[in-house]
Design a protein around this ligand. Sequence first.
Ligand SMILES: Nc1ncnc2c1ncn2[C@@H]1O[C@H](COP(=O)(O)OP(=O)(O)OP(=O)(O)O)[C@@H](O)[C@H]1O
Ligand SMILES: [Mg+2]
Length: 400
Amino acid sequence: MNKILKVYLENDYVGDLIEKNGQRLRFVYNENVHVDISLKMPHAIKTHYHKVVYAFFENLLPEGNILELVAKSKGVSQNNPFSLLSVIGEDCAGAIHLHTDSPSIEKTPREFISKDDINHIAINKDGARIVYQKGNRLSLAGAQDKTTVIIDNDEFYAPNFSFPSTHILKFDNNYYENILYNELFCTRLAATLNLPVSKMELINECETPYLLIERFDRSKNGNTIRRLHQEDFCQLLTVSSKNKYQKEGGPSFKEVIETINEYSYRSASDTLMIAKILVFNVLIGNCDYHGKNLSILHQTRSLTPFYDLVSTVIYEHISQDMAMAVNKKYNISMITKKDIITEFNKWGINGERMLALIVNDFKHIIKNAHELSKEEVFSSKQEDISKIIKFIESQFKKIS
Ligand SMILES: Nc1ncnc2c1ncn2[C@@H]1O[C@H](COP(=O)(O)OP(=O)(O)OP(=O)(O)O)[C@@H](O)[C@H]1O
Ligand SMILES: [Mg+2]
């Protein structure tokens, strides 16, 4: 038996996601469609089959505990992306959104969310559970507790099929202490080095703060919000989110560069950006930078701003292995200046010259980090912030 989900790109119905006998997936473009839902599924070929289709759609789903929770609360299997997207595919990363095969799609009004509700979610450190129990049908990758909202005239609303979200809210959790401050600090530090990053602020109106992150895959025209299409490097390399770490078959830096060479309209500047983010992550100790933390925006066919920049090394209970190896080395403490140069050489660029250029570009990183740490928002988190700065100082010595 076949089940069908209608696939929309922005406002256009572009084709059907078809599940056969509860297992195999295929995607069929409608006639007269001239856009690609994935660079790996060009519209010139009308039907695409399981492997690439599964990887593309499965990567739209949340991961880890959040996935488990969604599956339980919606009564579907957490191993069935088709069933999951039938219940939560109304607002995803990029311009894709899905709808069950009903004859007409009513424009459902967006639901108001009070500030008290948002604070309640933040305080409970259990945002995803509350959001999904409220019946929201959004899907965003990643394992951290978060949700998406529309912010309009300073009021919050729940996104749905017709109304795209504009912001991501990330909530605190007990497992990674002060992670929101950590992400804010690392992101702002990256911005001081002129790296393009997600715009974010920390909202601290109740006892538990949350991060408010502006979506870069949305644009505003008057009062109308448009979805802009993006896809991550697991989608681009046909890897399931379950294998996102290089050790488990996930993308490597070299494959990211090859993909950029194949698809990006700005391959030279995107390669430079990947080299810079590699060095930045080695400096701040971000070991969790896997293929889903990098994406390409279809409109410009170039990298999106950087997101999910966190110093993971300050959490001693989690792995110190990089998600993507540098010259085949995973453990961050083993990665040397020579490894970075050799890794760059493997991409077909002059490694020595590239690293020298980046080190020069980042020469104020320590000064910038100290200055940033003095900002009011970080005043109560000096212990963790200074751990990050100390790590940067020792890493910078190693690579410069
Ligand atoms: N500013 C943004 N605009 C649009 N999409 C974004 C933005 N930031 C993140 N995303 C999308 O949301 C997904 C989840 O975001 P993010 O990686 O920050 O979450 P996470 O739960 O911390 O992830 P992880 O499981 O890697 O720790 C990303 O993979 C990306 O597709
Ligand atoms: Mg992520």
